[in-house]
Design a protein around this ligand. Structure first.
Ligand SMILES: NC(=O)c1ccc[n+]([C@@H]2O[C@H](COP(=O)([O-])OP(=O)(O)OC[C@H]3O[C@@H](n4cnc5c(N)ncnc54)[C@H](OP(=O)(O)O)[C@@H]3O)[C@@H](O)[C@H]2O)c1
Length: 237
């Protein structure tokens, strides 16, 4: 299995727990030091590669990493960026779209074709509950998370139509205490990366299609979906 975005936060914690469970794990991200620390946990079962999903060589590096362990049957896409942007600063909007939509599409394209050639596999994406609705404080972030959810829903249909045994899991956590939220985050219903990672691993083992984490966010998402647009646009998030 291979995780892109394993150098911190949710991806890092999923990697750590899977290594602890005895899995052979390949990890990738831009920062090498945290990847080296993961390898140090079980040197014979962990491989890593420095991959920037925005770089030209991203696909060849992912391919080489997957081959180094004799192939993979699970790809987890945990790479992403996000921040609130009420000022609508264009560089933030553009970099969010680049990483979470353009870079994400590149990774999905690689993973889909990899598993197509292999005759099957499992693709998991950490999207977010933020993709449920357009969120005023984070327009590009919420839009790119909706993009990710729709994209893998489309790939799931395509794989079925083309007769490929590729499974998909869309993981949608609420607020998780990771570097993405900044130092000392004060968000409501904040979850630890540890507990979220263990829910993710259970969802992967059960091959769930969509997993909203946790139950409180399942209720919240359900209620958000019921709200008509004229109420939603007046809400203070
Ligand atoms: N924290 C939350 O509240 C929350 C809630 C729902 C969903 N999520 C989603 O969960 C995913 C993981 O986020 P996190 O909260 O764990 O934040 P994080 O700790 O900042 O982790 C983000 C990961 O993405 C990697 N990454 C970023 N840009 C990359 C690039 N261009 N190429 C390759 N890797 C890249 C980072 O590694 P490098 O910097 O080393 O490249 C890091 O490993 C994100 O997609 C996020 O949207 C987070």
């Amino acid at each position: 299995m291979l995780i892109l975005g394993a150098s911190s936060g949710i991806g890092g914690e999923v990697a750590r727990q899977l290594i602890g469970m005895g899995w052979t794990v390949s990890v990738a991200a831009r920062r090498e030091l945290p990847l080296q620390s993961l390898k140090a946990l079980a040197p014979s079962r962990v491989e890593y590669a420095v991959v920037d999903i925005m770089a030209e060589d991203a696909v060849s590096r992912l391919q080489e990493l997957a081959e180094r362990t004799g192939g993979i049957d699970l790809y987890i896409h945990a790479a992403g960026i996000g921040s609130q942007n009420r000022e609508l600063a264009l560089p933030i909007e553009e970099s969010t779209v680049s990483t979470n939509a353009v870079g994400f599409t590149r990774a999905m394209n690689w993973a889909y074709h990899y598993f197509e050639r292999q005759g099957g596999g499992h693709i998991a994406v950490i999207s977010s509950i933020a993709g449920t609705k357009g969120l005023g404080p984070a327009p590009a972030y919420s839009a790119t998370k909706a993009f990710q959810a729709n994209y893998i829903e489309a790939l799931e249909q395509l794989a079925r139509q083309q007769g490929h045994a590729i499974r998909f899991t869309d993981i949608r956590p609420g607020f998780v205490d990771t570097p993405l939220l900044g130092e000392n985050p004060t968000y409501p219903m904040l979850m630890s990366a540890k507990s979220v990672a263990s829910s993710i691993i259970k969802a992967l083992i059960r091959e769930e299609d969509v997993k909203v984490i946790d139950w409180r966010y399942r209720i919240l998402v359900f209620l958000w979906r019921l709200l008509p647009r004229w109420i939603w646009k007046r809400m203070r998030i």
